[in-house]
Design a protein around this ligand. Structure first.
Ligand code: UDP
Length: 333
């Protein structure tokens, strides 16, 4: 992981958050903790806020004794006060994101993305800080335009099982634009497409597809495909994603912009299962289970805007990223 963090810093080139005061909500989560690592290394003053509902202590434990890192255990659905005199940037990542959690924690998810986003926008207003909201490809729902550009308005079922996530992220985006229009707050919105890598939760039960398949493969248990496996996703390795997010947070000209960040290489879930099985050298059988309700059939970002605006594109091929991820999971499973 250290090599990966160094790689992100190298790829960021002249972009450095040294001396900036940055609040990261969901900082103990998968993506949040990678951002904490990069910013601490660059010499920013990092405040990590997390209620540890889905984030993990183990993701940030190694940072706790760093002078420029502070952890606050709190729920951002309630207003929070900071001791800081100055905050330059708020990166709002806090929210559960796994579809397997949508029927157990829908209200918590809606609170984090609506009330939580509003509370963090108010905090940004108080400090006159820049604000980055991590939205999601889920705002497009079961998209009818593939690859999907930012101008596509979505095909979302508000009352379906995914509605709690999709609609609250859509509301979060609307809130950001409202704060820009009414208060001229410097907001930017990242629509994150499927991302994977070390530190994804390995507990299996609520996990996303890649950690679930890797865990199943390493234990030689059946690899569970929901439906026929012909649905597609396009997977971005975590270092590429973090670089994209930090670029979006950095450039002045990104104020008010909405940008897809993801990898445009589309693959079926069945093919993904086969690749993981091979990389993990596993004897697992591939088992077809009931489909997930409202599961989008295809997902793939149009990243033209990110390429031009952020001078960014993903670099890590799926097989390379999966190999690194499998190695990491071997240590923790
Ligand atoms: N999926 C699967 N088996 C699993 C977990 C997920 O076939 O054990 C499928 C899921 O139905 C979806 C895709 O993998 O089509 C990606 O699921 P994930 O939970 O990672 O997130 P999503 O992209 O749906 O938000």
């Amino acid at each position: 992981m250290e090599k990966d963090i160094k790689r992100i810093i190298k790829n960021l080139g002249g972009i450095s958050f040294e001396d900036k005061v940055v609040l990261i909500t969901g900082g103990a989560g998968f993506l949040g903790s990678w951002i904490c690592d990069v910013l601490v290394e660059q010499g920013a003053k990092v405040i990590c806020a997390d209620n540890l509902s889905s984030g993990l202590n183990s993701n940030i434990r190694h940072l706790l004794d760093r002078m420029n890192f502070k952890f606050i255990r709190c729920d951002i659905s309630e207003p929070i006060e900071l001791d800081e005199k100055r905050v330059d940037l708020i990166m709002h990542l806090a929210s559960r994101a796994s579809p397997l959690e949508f029927d157990k924690f829908p209200i918590e998810i809606i609170r984090a993305n609506t009330l939580g986003t509003m509370n963090m926008l108010e905090l940004a207003r108080k400090y006159n800080a820049r604000f980055l909201f991590t939205s999601t490809s889920e705002v497009y729902g079961d998209a009818k335009v593939i690859p999907t550009p930012e101008t596509y308005n979505g095909n979302v079922n508000p009352v379906g099982i995914r509605g709690c996530y999709d609609e609250s992220k859509r509301c979060g985006e609307a809130l950001c634009m409202a704060y820009l229009r009414q208060y001229n707050l410097d907001v930017r919105i990242a629509r994150i497409f499927n991302t994977y890598g070390p530190r994804m939760r390995a507990d299996g039960v609520y996990g996303r597809v890649i950690p679930r398949f890797i865990t199943q493969a390493l234990k030689n248990e059946p690899i569970t495909i929901f439906g026929d496996g012909k649905q597609t996703r396009s997977f971005c390795y975590v270092t590429d994603q973090i670089e994209g997010l930090l670029r979006l947070a950095w450039f002045d000209e990104c104020k008010g912009e909405v940008v897809n960040i993801g990898n445009p290489n589309e693959i079926t879930i069945l093919k993904l299962a086969e690749i993981i099985k091979e990389i993990a050298n596993s004897d697992s059988e591939i088992k077809f289970c009931s489909p997930m309700p409202d599961d989008p059939r295809r997902r793939c970002p149009d990243i033209t805007k990110a390429k031009t605006l952020l001078n960014w594109m993903p670099k890590i091929e799926l097989e390379e990223g999966l190999r690194k991820t499998v190695e990491w999971f071997k240590e923790v499973v």
